[in-house]
Structures are given as structure tokens and as C-alpha cells.
Design a protein around this ligand. Structure first.
Ligand SMILES: [Zn+2]
Length: 494
């Protein structure tokens, strides 16, 4: 039987602001869309947190036996600076500054993004569509919205008519913003604006002569608005209605509210059943920003080459640190927090390696079946990874007690313990046992040194002191000191 039949998930739905029982549209199948990166610079650590949060969701759903189609797009056109309507395209700007093709910019940072995600051991999505690969579908969607009366063309650009839409639909229902407030908050800097209303947003923008990213359309040469690609690609690959849509909290408005409006005007159905939003990452208590220098790149964490941390931290430790907070909570990144996470991570891995070596008793001091269910309960409660990790540490202290002889565990419980730890540590959290390689290395080292000690003993027995001294001195030069005692020769690494 599939695990999802016995484990009920509750998801905090950003649109209802309540935890709701998860019931996919088609039993056993889940469609999930997550807004991917705009590939104009190295991936931001805050964005990594968002993608790792949804990797956890993806992994857990798969662990429960769901067949998940996970679509995460690559934004390679249309995302203007400051998310504004009139800024320069982020990718086109980088291409102009570096004097390279926009597609080169997109390629460089797509490769960088995938590389960082694979270092974090995040699973690749099922489909990773690009905005530029779906221009035709976007043009079709715009035509449909115009035909239904919710968009208008002016001077080669097409705008979504928010007021018209609001007569029959609710605009802003995800963020909870009211139209009147939006009007008051919209800074209409350009008094010559061609939009009917300041709240209207672009579906298609006319390309000025200097604009390097441009396509033909029924309205002239131009490029699509940023919000449209997600509507088009999510519904193309997941259907007019699908299960989960995720993204960072900052995307709720306008991006996701615009997505809802576009999809509803095309298909007359609300596109998404469960909206999920992950919270932000701060650095030393402050918002991360390149401009203030309060910023760190994932590669700088892994290499230790930065001014913020005292040492390098591996991708697995960094990810483990992120999962010690719930995805909907703000998380502060600091040296102390990472050092603590590294300690915890090592304790967890060491305990896992100990399970096989535990003595077998005729009873168990811990209710292993109840503990196993509490791990599921944590994840079933809106993917609560910090509670899951706390449960894993309950097992760690039990393992240590059994190892020290102050508690006992039956053989079958030991098996459940091992299997459950393995499932949650490696399949669900997607951690990597980084000690594995190291302990392999240390075994190799001790085998090699012991072999040299044997050769040295043979040489000494043959009174070949040149060889025996050479072995001792050369090892000492490498930092390995041989100690001759009455029980034989040992070594220590200096
Ligand atoms: Zn999006």
C-alpha cells in the first residue's frame, strides 16, 4: 500500500490562510509549479532557501508514493528591474553591460543555478521550461484574454484591464490587497502613461529600437510581460487547474495575483488549489542586499572565501541549517547558527553509523513505532522540518544510550530505526553523509601507515636501520609520528 494512504498531509494555504487537508485532484498524482530563478546573476542564497523548501515538499510527496510532476521555470525574458512595468529587462541589461548575447547571459546563470542546486543535492524538477521557449503560447494566451475583454492594446503594447476584470472577478485575493488601496499605493510616476488605470499590468510590451530581446506578434515587435509566462507554462504542463503552486513570499503580489487573474480570464477557473509561500532569509539580522554588502553567495559559503563566516560550511550542513527552521518562518543566517548546525549534523550522521553496531536486546526502552509515526506527523503538519529534526535527535540520544549500555533495543526495532532514519535523513531531507568519504580516507590512511610500520619492524629485525629510520623520518615529515611502546608501534597525526 502506498504510504500516502496512511499519512494525511495538511498544507497551509496562503489564499485561505488556513491549514487544509491535502487532496490532490487526481488520486496518487500531484502537479506542482514553483516560480524559478531569473537567470541574470548568480543565484541568491534567499532564493536557494525557497527552492530547497520546495525540494523538501517534492521529496516528501515522492516518499509517500505520489507521482509528482514538478515544474519549475527559468525566467530568461520579461523580468524588468524592480519588478516594475517600465524598467530595463534584467537579462538584456546584463547582456548590454557585458557585451554578450542575452541567451549567453541566460545560459551562464542557468548552468550556475543548476550547479548550486545539485551541490545542495536538490532533485531536478520534472520539467524546467523557459519563458523564451514559450513565446507562441504566451501570444495565444494574450489573444484569448483580449478576446474575452480583459485586455487592451495600445501603441503595440497589451495591458491587462484590472478594473474590467474586477467587475466580475476578485483581483488581489491572494495578497488580500484591495483595489482602492492599490490605487492609492501605485506611484504613477509617468503622467503620460498609456495604461487606462495605474493598476493595469503589461502582458506584452512594445520593444524600443534599442531593446535586444524581441519577437514578432499580432501587436508588433515586442516581448512578453513577466507574469504571463508562469500562467502559460503552469497550465500547459499541469492543466487549467493543478494542485500546488509555490514561490517566495515576495511573489504573492503582484506576480501571483496577476497569475490568478490571467488564468481566470483565460479559463474561468481558479488555477491553483494550494498556494505555498516560503519566507525570507536574513543575514546577521538584516535583509540581504548586494548594495549594502550584507550578502553571501552559496559558493562563498562552501569555499570559506568570505568575510562573514569563520570557516567553510558544506552544502549539506548549510541545507541542514535551513531545514532547522520552518519554511514559513524568517530564518537568520549567521556564523554561530551554522557552527551549531554543523555540530548537530555530525551528531546525527555519527548516530546513524552507530545503529548497525548496536547490541541487540530482548526488549526496547523506546517505542520505536510511535517515534516513527511522530516523524511522519511532523512532515504531515505543513512540512514541519524543525519538528522532524527534533524527532531525529530523540533517536540520536536513544542510539547513544543503547551504545553506552544504559538502554536496550530489539533487533526488529533496530531495523525500523535504521530504515526510518535513512528515509528521513537521505530521501526526505536529502542530506549527504559527508563523513562517508572521510572515514573511507581515514581507513585507507591507517592501512597504509600500519603497512609501513610492519615493513619498518621487519627492517629493524634485520638490523637495516637505514630503512627503518627513513620510514620513521619521512612519516614524521608528513606529520605522522610513530611511537614505539612495549606493545608495539602506534602512530599519531600531528
Ligand atoms: Zn512565476
Amino acid at each position: 500500500m502506498k504510504l500516502y494512504k496512511e499519512q494525511e498531509i495538511y498544507i497551509y494555504n496562503s489564499i485561505s490562510k488556513e491549514k487544509e487537508k491535502f487532496e490532490p485532484i487526481t488520486e496518487g498524482y500531484v502537479g506542482m509549479y514553483v516560480c524559478g530563478p531569473t537567470v541574470y546573476s548568480n543565484v541568491h542564497l534567499g532564493n536557494c532557501r525557497t527552492f530547497l523548501s520546495f525540494d523538501l515538499v517534492f521529496r516528501y510527496l515522492k516518499h509517500l508514493g505520489y507521482k509528482v510532476r514538478y515544474v519549475r521555470n527559468i525566467t530568461d525574458v520579461g523580468h524588468l528591474e524592480d519588478d516594475a512595468e517600465d524598467g530595463e529587462d534584467r537579462i538584456a541589461k546584463r547582456a548590454r553591460l557585458e557585451k554578450i548575447e542575452p541567451m549567453e547571459v541566460a545560459q551562464i546563470y542557468t548552468v550556475d543555478f543548476r550547479d548550486i542546486m545539485s551541490k545542495f543535492n536538490a532533485l531536478p524538477p520534472s520539467i524546467e521550461p523557459t519563458a523564451t521557449g514559450h513565446i507562441l503560447e504566451q501570444i495565444e494566451a494574450i489573444q484569448k484574454i483580449i478576446d474575452r475583454g480583459f485586455a487592451y492594446e495600445v501603441n503595440g503594447s497589451v495591458y491587462f484591464d484590472v478594473l474590467k476584470f474586477s467587475e466580475t472577478h476578485e483581483y488581489g485575493k491572494l495578497s488580500g490587497r484591495r483595489l482602492e488601496d492599490m490605487e492609492a499605493n501605485t506611484r504613477d510616476l509617468d503622467k503620460q502613461s498609456e495604461k487606462k488605470n495605474p493598476q493595469d499590468f503589461a502582458l506584452w510590451k512594445v520593444a524600443e529600437p534599442q531593446h535586444i530581446m524581441r519577437w514578432n506578434s499580432p501587436w508588433g515587435v515586442g516581448f512578453p510581460g513577466w507574469h504571463l509566462e508562469c500562467t502559460v507554462m503552469s497550465t500547459k504542463y499541469l492543466g487549467e487547474q493543478f494542485d500546488i503552486h509555490g514561490g517566495g513570499m515576495d511573489l504573492k503580489f503582484p506576480h501571483h495575483d496577476c497569475e490568478i487573474a490571467q488564468a481566470e480570464s483565460c479559463n474561468e477557473v481558479s488555477p491553483v488549489n494550494y498556494w505555498m509561500h516560503s519566507n525570507m532569509l536574513t543575514l546577521n539580522g538584516k535583509k540581504m542586499a548586494k548594495s549594502t554588502g550584507n550578502n553571501i553567495l552559496p559558493t562563498e559559503i562552501f569555499s570559506g572565501d568570505n568575510k562573514i563566516l569563520s570557516k567553510a560550511f558544506s552544502p549539506s550542513v548549510t541545507k541542514f541549517f535551513m531545514y532547522q527552521a520552518h519554511y514559513r518562518s524568517v530564518l537568520d543566517f549567521s556564523d554561530e547558527a551554522l557552527l551549531a548546525s554543523e555540530k548537530g549534523y555530525r551528531r546525527l550522521m555519527q548516530a546513524y553509523d552507530l545503529v548497525d553496531k548496536l547490541p541487540i536486546g530482548n526488549t526496547s526502552d523506546m517505542d520505536i513505532a510511535a517515534w516513527r509515526q511522530s516523524c511522519y506527523d511532523a512532515m504531515n503538519d505543513d512540512f514541519n522540518s524543525p519538528i522532524l529534526i527534533a524527532q531525529l535527535f530523540e533517536a540520536v540520544s536513544y542510539i547513544q544510550r543503547v551504545h553506552n549500555g544504559t538502554a536496550i533495543c530489539t533487533e526488529s526495532d533496530k531495523e525500523i530505526l535504521k530504515e526510518t532514519l535513512k528515509a528521513f535523513m537521505f530521501d526526505v531531507l536529502g542530506l549527504i553523509d559527508e563523513q562517508e568519504g572521510q572515514s573511507g580516507n581515514s581507513e585507507m590512511l591507517s592501512g597504509t601507515v600500519n603497512l609501513l610500520i610492519d615493513i619498518r619492524n621487519d627492517a629493524r629485525a634485520e638490523r637495516n636501520f637505514d630503512t627503518s629510520d627513513k620510514i620513521r623520518d619521512e612519516l614524521a615529515a608528513l606529520g605522522i609520528q610513530l611511537n614505539d611502546g612495549k606493545d608495539g608501534t602506534g602512530y599519531e597525526i600531528k
